[in-house]
Design a protein. Sequence first.
Length: 120
Amino acid sequence: MMNIEASKRKLGLIAGAALVSTLVIGCAGGSLTTREKGAGIGALSGSAMGGLIGSALRHPALGAAIGGGLGLGAGALIGDQLQGRENQAWEQDQQIYRNQQDLSRQRQELEDLRRRTPEY
């Protein structure tokens, strides 16, 4: 009997982790954002850790559910911060590109002016 209960618990843990990962992946219309990746990783790792802790306390499903929820929240927060940094870096790269284009244009204009006007 104990072996059957242990198998049921393991099966429940695996099913819970599969459900959470399916929900996280299924909600994405395109490629996953950094925030979504963080949430997914947090949910899966939280479920696994919660399941292990819950198993020690003889409530693996409850532990996995609580751990998954906490991991989801923490992962989403971390992913959101990383995504914000990525967005900021992209905006800075775009500004650098625009500045380089302006500089090239101004150099060309200066060169054109030098060719047009005679030197004294």
